[in-house]
Design a protein around this ligand. Structure first.
Ligand code: ZN
Length: 287
């Protein structure tokens, strides 16, 4: 649809340019006295046309550059930690800079990040959550598998397909941390959409030029929750009707400084109308 509209606009613009050129040509043949003036006018028109062409060429180049940036992510991942663009709020929440990366995040992982990875794995071991290393994947600082995908008494099952998902240790860590609270609310199951996805942030129907936490294995899209009675609460069908459990889950996650604000059909009806997007809040500067 967007392409079709762009084509129509492009066609209209081209037609206008042709009309200008033919009007200029008519003027030059009417009188010899007017020739000089017409020449000047034609020159001006030509200059304007060239300048328009240059501008549109520049626009096209910029657009191409944007696409290349979004695809390669090259300019978006700092090779040195982005501590200068991130800091903390008074309540311990991480405040993100313009690049939206976790504080201290760099690629390849720094010594400080490796220390963070070690600490994360120690937390999983202390919680007696069995996990194993997963092959390198995207920008996951510590890709792991949780073979059981049962965390704190909650069964995480894929909503689509049966692929064993790799996730970053930090996402597993925050799911361990929030688990008892979700369990106390009555949550027994989570049907998730995707965890790792090499993608940019998409909110309010627009794709931003910043990396999504999915690209770091720190985010999970949730299609539905299952309660202690086996009731499946589909986010798309139940959230806007005001289902109390879904809203309690949202409030609980939002109160935790381990997570960033949950995206829901309530705060992003365009891009999150059918799922909750939850993501771990990670700070690598503390190690
Ligand atoms: Zn998401």
């Amino acid at each position: 649809m967007w392409m079709a509209r762009a084509l129509v606009v492009g066609t209209i613009a081209s037609c206008a340019l042709v009309a200008d050129a033919s009007a200029a040509a008519t003027k030059t043949t009417t009188s010899s006295k007017k020739k000089t003036a017409s020449k000047k006018s034609a020159k001006k028109t030509a200059t304007r046309t060239t300048s328009k062409k240059t501008k549109s060429k520049k626009r096209r180049t910029r657009a191409r550059r944007k696409v290349a940036t979004a695809k390669s992510h090259k300019v978006l991942v700092p090779s040195t930690p982005s501590v200068t663009t991130s800091s903390h709020h008074g309540d311990g929440r991480v405040r993100y800079g313009r690049d939206n990366m976790p504080p201290g995040f760099a690629w390849p992982p720094t010594k400080q990040m490796l220390a963070g990875i070690k600490a994360c794995e120690a937390t999983l071991s202390a919680a007696e959550l069995p996990f194993e290393p997963a092959p390198p994947l995207g920008l996951l600082a510590d890709p792991i598998y949780v073979p059981s995908m049962e965390i704190a008494g909650i069964a995480y099952t894929p909503a689509y397909g049966k692929t064993k998902p790799a996730l970053d240790c930090q996402l597993a860590r925050v799911l361990v941390a929030i688990g008892p609270q979700l369990y106390a609310l009555g949550v027994r199951g989570v049907h998730y959409g995707s965890i790792y996805r090499n993608t940019n942030v998409r909110v309010h129907g627009q794709t931003k030029n910043i990396l999504s936490r999915h690209a770091l294995g720190l985010a999970m899209d949730i299609k539905a929750f299952v309660d202690q009675n086996g009731r499946i609460l589909d986010v798309e069908l139940e959230y806007l009707k005001g289902d109390p459990l879904l809203h309690a889950i949202e409030d609980t996650i939002n109160k935790s400084t381990d997570f960033r604000i949950v995206l829901t059909p309530g705060n992003d009806p365009l891009s999150h109308y059918n799922h909750f997007h939850i993501e771990a809040s990670v700070d690598y500067t503390g190690f």
